[in-house]
Design a binder for this molecule. Structure first.
Ligand SMILES: Nc1nc2c(c(=O)[nH]1)N[C@H]1C(S)=C(S)[C@@H](COP(=O)(O)OP(=O)(O)OC[C@H]3O[C@@H](n4cnc5c(=O)[nH]c(N)nc54)[C@H](O)[C@@H]3O)O[C@H]1N2
Ligand SMILES: Nc1nc2c(c(=O)[nH]1)N[C@H]1C(S)=C(S)[C@@H](COP(=O)(O)OP(=O)(O)OC[C@H]3O[C@@H](n4cnc5c(=O)[nH]c(N)nc54)[C@H](O)[C@@H]3O)O[C@H]1N2
Ligand SMILES: [Mo]
Length: 698
């Protein structure tokens, strides 16, 4: 007999894909789309092939204690009883020695969409019951955007629902790659629909991505880290050719005049003409002007930025200017338009409970990008003092900037614990490694970042000795005298029923049966009320309007007027490397599984001109060098990446040879944790590098 159960990936791509697992004899035999999701909510291979992760040969099934030196990968199996005792004793010893708040909750993106099995919430909840912790105030993902958007827009949710693209007359995907990154599973189908309708879909990206090929009508290449210059040039065309919506600007923004003077070169700087920007961005001036004219004329236009454009040095400026563009064209808050702010997490989900994190007075936070620095420098470096780490759902030794520094940080800790399904690069640096369940082995409610919720059923029993993070932490809490405070006397089912009771979902059984609950309005437009009547519905900014420039920006540590803050390139490292997400990986996950590995893109993309200049051939091994390290990997010579730029997807774990060179193709061996200011966001998306034939050192 085949059992068909609604499930949903509890993964960080934020797909929110309603899936259906077919189960026979206690085994998942197939995963497909859940028909209850309708024609627009469709999954991707990372979900359809999830059973390969569930049944992977190298999945952890027993608790491990470190035997050899950290990083050696030498562990011995122990019983759960011993493992839990070791963790409790180790954490208690750190607290006895260093006081409260000295334990780092490391990572957490692994299963961060669950109401209960949420790796970003469970570790902080547990740690706050045993003396507090150091947490992440912001993520690798979106620190610059989350810093700037509240300053400009107040606290309102500024996103739009994917279905509103039906009303768009132009769509601009600015550093956004939904074919690979998903970030809401409805977008691909809605973009396809728009393209079929004849709507131009412009993709602005250093690479001709699958998004550009399949969903786009035009690819506009731009050098990474230079979007702010391109945006200023578009503004120049809009204001000089009478394409700006002056009444909308006057009613909705403060400080636009200073930006206008900046763009026109009336403030002592150079005018930001397309010809000026072309030098900085590598985008032909005529293409910039043509794009700006089409953008200024076709209404409404949805400008949807990706997170990549703000994960660069000066990334705050791209965030500011994308919003300024949508204000200048009167598209902010209009149906079929957008605010130009990040759409990911840009609208509320249906109201439902989730596992709470109680406060602790000793708890502190630091930006994710600072974690290794905080561990290494502690209070001396102005960071919180950290002596231990509890890593639940993260693999920062692979995913954090600067692998060598991450390893040093892990090795300097007194005590470290990792919960994971696999013996990752981070797990190998830890003292205790505990095997956890897969999302197909648990019941949960899954958040989607859109106006619907999913119920994900437990499809199969946990493999081997794997246990849920919740059960593991409950046992450690019990030994430390706060078991009841952690569980509040509830098991999985009791929590999930409580969350639904606290929600707007009236029919819990129907929700569990179909696996999906949809909120009433599927075409929400963030800031719509403000756009329609800014006097009656002011923003919660000092002026009540969009803060384009001026005192509010300065008070937040930003320049008074948005600017093109582009990092100067060192002569010895003339190429710009982008390190985007791979379609068939979620960060460091899935890539090592044979089915995924065979289909995985691991080569460095390089333009034919750059390859010829360096005598690098298609398919040959090359060496990539940055200020941080060296990587050897195969090269793919392709015009799908613009000249002067190379691309290597993130998510491959490093493998160092005797000379300290990575030979696996690990992007973060090359990246640096130098933050962009003032947000202290990561700069992983753009790195200065040089490439030569492998074997050469120069
Ligand atoms: N398959 C897959 N999907 C994912 C994830 C994953 O690991 N795998 N991770 C999820 C997570 S946590 C996040 S935060 C989001 C990430 O979302 P993003 O940060 O938006 O994703 P990236 O792949 O880094 O970049 C998106 C595109 O921007 C381009 N790009 C890079 N730098 C620049 C630039 O400076 N300017 C412009 N215009 N374009 C640039 C890249 O070539 C890429 O095609 O994706 C989510 N989705
Ligand atoms: N060069 C470069 N680096 C990047 C990026 C980039 O674009 N370029 N992107 C950055 C971004 S946006 C992000 S968000 C980070 C993400 O970085 P990480 O958060 O480190 O992401 P993952 O590698 O997916 O690590 C998640 C881990 O959780 C485990 N896991 C999955 N489910 C569970 C569970 O239920 N319980 C437990 N205990 N573990 C679980 C997985 O096996 C995996 O090892 O990477 C950043 N790093
Ligand atoms: Mo992210």
């Amino acid at each position: 007999m085949t059992l068909r159960l609604p499930v949903a990936c509890n993964r960080d791509c934020g797909g929110g894909c309603p899936l259906l697992a077919s189960v026979e004899d206690g085994r998942v035999v197939r995963i497909g789309n859940n028909p209850a999701g309708g024609p627009f909510l469709r999954g991707c291979p990372r979900g359809f092939q999830a059973a390969r992760q569930l049944y992977a040969e190298d999945r952890l099934t027993k608790p491990l204690l470190r035997r050899g030196p950290r990083g050696s990968g030498s562990f011995r199996e122990v019983t759960w009883r011993d493992a839990v005792r070791t963790v409790a004793d180790g954490l208690q010893a750190v607290r006895d020695r260093h006081g409260d708040g000295a334990i780092l909750a490391l990572g957490g993106s692994g299963s961060c969409r669950g109401a209960l099995h949420n790796t970003a919430e469970l570790a902080p909840r547990f740690l706050n019951l045993i003396g507090g912790h150091v947490g992440e105030s912001d993520s690798y993902s979106s620190a610059a955007a989350r810093y700037v958007q509240p300053v400009m827009l107040g606290s309102d949710k500024p996103g739009v629902d994917a279905a509103t693209l039906q009303h768009s007359e132009l769509i601009v995907l600015w550093g956004l790659n939904p074919m690979d990154c998903i970030m809401g599973c409805e977008w691909r189908a809605r973009l396809r629909q728009a393209k079929k309708r004849g709507v131009p879909v412009v993709v602005i990206d250093p690479r001709r991505t699958e998004t550009a090929k399949q969903l786009g009508t035009q690819w506009l290449p731009v050098r990474p880290g230079t979007d702010s210059a391109l945006m200023l040039a578009v503004l120049h065309v809009l204001v000089t050719e009478g394409l700006a919506d002056e009444p909308f600007i006057a009613a909705h923004a403060t400080g636009f005049e200073a930006l206008r003077r900046r763009v026109l070169g009336q403030d002592g700087g150079e005018a930001t003409t397309p010809a000026w920007a072309a030098q900085v961005c590598g985008t032909p001036a005529a293409d910039i002007a043509a794009f700006a004219r089409e953008y200024g004329r076709r209404k409404p236009a949805a400008l949807l930025p990706g997170l990549s454009i703000q994960r660069v040095w000066g990334g705050e400026e791209g965030v500011r200017l994308a919003i300024a563009l949508q204000v200048a064209t009167g598209n902010l808050g209009r149906r079929g338009g957008s605010s130009g702010a990040q759409n990911w997490g840009g609208l509320p989900e249906p109201d439902v409970g989730s596992i709470p994190v109680p406060p602790h007075p000793a708890s502190t936070t630091m930006p994710a990008n600072d974690w290794a620095d905080a561990v290494l420098r502690g209070r001396a470096g102005g960071c919180p003092e950290i002596h231990a780490a509890l890593n639940v759902g993260g693999n920062y030794v692979c995913q954090g900037a600067d692998v060598a520094k991450s390893v040093r940080a892990m090795q300097s800790l007194d005590f470290s614990v990792c919960h994971d399904l696999f013996l990752t690069a981070t797990a190998r640096q830890c003292d205790v490694v505990l095997p956890v369940t897969h999302w197909l082995e648990r019941n949960d409610i899954v958040f989607t970042l859109a106006n619907y919720m999913l119920f994900s059923h437990k499809a199969v029993e946990p493999r081997g000795g794997a246990r849920s993070d919740y059960d593991i932490l409950a046992d450690v809490a019990e030994l430390l005298g706060c078991g009841d405070a952690f569980t509040e006397g509830k098991d999985e089912d009791a929590w999930l029923r409580r969350f639904v009771r606290e929600s707007e979902i009236a029919d819990e059984e129907a929700f569990r049966r179909s696996g999906i609950y949809c909120g009433a309005d599927q075409q929400r437009v963030g800031l719509a009320a403000f756009a329609a009547d800014p006097e009656a519905h002011p923003l919660s900014t000092p002026s009540g309007k969009v803060e384009i420039s001026g005192a509010a920006c300065r008070a937040a540590g930003l320049s008074a007027v948005p600017e093109a803050r582009v990092q100067a390139q060192a002569e010895a490292l003339p190429l710009r490397l982008v390190t985007p997400k791979a379609r068939l990986r979620v960060h460091s996950q899935l890539g090592a599984l044979p089915w995924f590995r065979r289909r995985d893109e691991r080569a460095l993309w390089m333009h034919p001109h750059d390859a010829a200049a360096r005598r690098v051939e298609d398919g040959a091994l090359a060496q990539v060098r940055s200020a941080q390290g060296r990587v050897r990997c195969p090269v793919r010579v392709t015009a799908d990446v613009m000249p002067g730029v190379v691309a290597l997807t993130a998510g491959v774990e490093a493998d160092f040879d005797g000379a300290g060179r990575d030979v696996a193709g690990a992007a973060n061996v090359l990246t640096s944790d130098e933050p962009t200011l003032p947000s202290r966001g990561a700069t992983l998306s753009c790195v200065a590098v040089e490439v030569g034939a492998a074997g050469q050192d120069e």
